[in-house]
Design a protein around this ligand. Structure first.
Ligand SMILES: [Cu+2]
Length: 170
């Protein structure tokens, strides 16, 4: 009888050990899967992916963006605030060198129906996003122009004084 109880105890231990072993090998399999996902090829270096945020305090989170000449720039503007597009709309407008930023911003006030891009000054624009409100985001793609420094602004009425920066093309 003692022998039988001993045998039972041993076989139970064996069963539990086997069960535990199975659990750790399945955990190991999960880890392997995660590592495979992380090993996804890195993004194409020919494309510069840029993200810039605008907020409810009329500010961009970047005053300088650096890219390389001829590079494809994928720019995403994210409005991290909550205010409406009417009250605190933001866009991102890249201007040709020599453009008078104040004149452009003044003309933009009357261009609400065209994303605040004044039609008669469209030639001064290299690239621009649409105008968005809180919680929205928008992306554009353009080719980085010749090496140099370019002004970018938000052309929503009254914003350019606070929301401006330089795109530096190397
Ligand atoms: Cu703005």
């Amino acid at each position: 009888m003692r022998n039988l109880i001993f045998l039972f105890a041993v076989s139970t231990m064996f069963f539990l050990t086997a069960c535990g072993g199975e659990k750790s090998s399945s955990a190991a399999a999960e880890t392997t899967t995660t590592e495979t996902t992380e090993a996804t090829p890195s993004t194409d270096s020919a494309v510069a992916e840029v993200e810039i945020h605008g907020d409810d305090n009329m500010k961009y989170d970047k005053s300088e963006i650096v890219v390389k000449e001829g590079q494809t720039v994928k720019l995403t503007l994210v409005h991290i605030g909550t205010q409406s597009v009417e009250a605190m709309g933001h866009n991102w407008v890249l201007l040709q060198p020599g453009t008078d930023v104040n004149s452009f911003a003044t003309a933009a006030i009357a261009a609400k129906d065209n994303d605040y891009i004044p039609t008669d000054m469209a030639g001064s624009v290299i690239a621009h996003t649409k105008t968005i409100g809180g919680g929205e985001s928008t992306s554009i793609e353009f080719t980085a122009p010749d090496a140099g420094e370019y002004d970018f602004i938000c052309s929503f009425p009254g914003h350019a004084a606070m929301m401006h920066g330089k795109l530096i093309v190397q």
